[in-house]
Design a protein around this ligand. Structure first.
Ligand SMILES: [Zn+2]
Length: 390
């Protein structure tokens, strides 16, 4: 009997997909940074090159369970994620960095109607209310647990919940910050969002960038792992034209602004033939290599992990016995318990080994900068492309 789950691409609907078999062996993490079980299903579409989870009954059931107990930003006590610069210093909150990146390219009018889809604790709405005080604000999310606090933000006129079809009116700006990667049928969803946009309106989309952060593959409830090319193509299919796309302003993320497409080109899409499959294979090998490295350096236990985020939650679920503490430079995280272990500042760690699970140059920079401090040894990772394919 063939037990391979059947999986069609949830963007182009093709059944020509490649299953990443090794993925099932990895523990996973939820997007609110909690360890999650293994046996996930990751595929790459050979037609449109979308990297995605197989959206089957198991996936939908798991996602329901994850969102039933969701806790945005719990690792920093409810505070919004901060953006770090090259020297790993906290610069500003993410929503402000996004708005600044957008404002560099587009001049915002003095007033208008702004809708944040997936507004969670209201971080984006709070920032808009400070930076653009003339705007009327609206929020939408699936449940009502933050309704009262969102409606208390200055200039918030209404909070919508449950279904996107409940949202009334049209908007000059709509933001979707870390929303689209969670949506099982993103094209259809974007078509609904399009109906909420004024003819001259703009849509802001913020997503994890899979080309800069392979750990995103381990997030159980992210159903699409976008490249810049893939989101641009998807927006075009849904009737949008990209005004600008930026992969630099927020590290490891993509910021895009889109507007209505000319009607004659709606639905057309040019997909570049870049081989994303090779890259995803490299990522699988790189993640395996990180596990092997952890097994070697952590065999005597009592080691630390740098960062209290997705990568650390993953390694803690894979190697709970070995890891005694996390190390982080974000003052909102230091002093907390993360996935059952304490988060310490590098200044308070003495003569320990600390593994720095980060992609690309970030890991080496941090390992080089902190090694030797208080007699500690910080060990970095290699780059995904440096790992040989099987
Ligand atoms: Zn596809």
């Amino acid at each position: 009997m063939n037990t391979m789950p059947k999986c069609n691409c949830h963007i182009c609907k093709s059944s020509d997909v490649t299953m990443m078999e090794v993925y099932k062996e990895f523990s996973r993490v939820t997007s609110d940074c909690k360890p999650w079980k293994n046996s996930g299903c990751l595929v790459v579409c050979n037609q449109c090159h979308a990297v995605q989870k197989c959206v089957d009954e198991t996936f939908l059931k798991e996602v329901e369970e994850i969102y039933g107990d969701y806790d945005a930003y719990y690792q920093s006590g409810g505070k919004e994620q901060v953006v770090f610069n090259e020297g790993n210093q906290a610069v500003k909150v993410r929503s402000l960095s996004i708005l600044e990146a957008v404002e560099k390219k587009i001049s915002m009018a003095a007033n208008g109607r702004f809708l944040d889809i997936g507004c969670a604790n209201g971080n984006m709405l709070e920032t808009v209310s400070m930076v653009f005080p003339g705007w009327e604000l609206f929020g939408f999310d699936l449940d009502e647990k933050n309704k009262v606090s969102i409606e208390s933000i200055k200039n918030v006129k209404h909070y919508y919940s449950r279904k996107i079809s409940h949202i009334k009116g049209t908007y000059d700006f709509i933001s979707m910050v870390h929303v689209l990667e969670h949506i099982p049928d993103p094209e259809n969803y974007l078509a609904k969002v399009r109906k909420l946009l004024c003819p001259e309106g703009r849509l802001i989309i913020e997503l994890p960038n899979i080309m800069e952060n392979p750990f995103d593959l381990l997030i159980a409830d992210h159903c699409t792992h976008f490249t810049e090319e893939r989101i641009v193509g998807l927006l075009k299919r849904a009737g949008f034209k990209v005004v600008f796309s930026d992969s630099k302003s927020i590290p490891k993320e993509l910021t895009l602004v889109a507007k209505f497409c000319d009607t004659e080109s709606v639905g057309e899409e040019i997909v570049q033939g870049k081989n994303i499959l090779t890259y995803i294979n490299q990522c699988m090998n790189w993640l395996k290599d990180i596990k092997n490295k952890m097994e070697r350096i952590g065999k005597n236990g009592d080691i630390g992990i740098f960062g209290a985020g997705i990568a650390s939650a993953w390694l803690i679920s894979e190697f709970k016995e070995m890891i005694a503490f996390c190390v982080d430079e974000d003052k909102d995280k230091v002093g907390r318990i993360y996935c059952g272990i304490p988060v310490l500042h590098p200044e308070n760690v003495y003569e320990k080994t600390v593994f720095v699970p980060m992609p690309f140059q970030g890991s080496k920079k941090i390992a080089d900068r902190l090694s030797g401090q208080n007699g500690c040894r910080y060990i970095g990772t290699s780059n995904p492309g440096d790992i040989n394919l099987d």
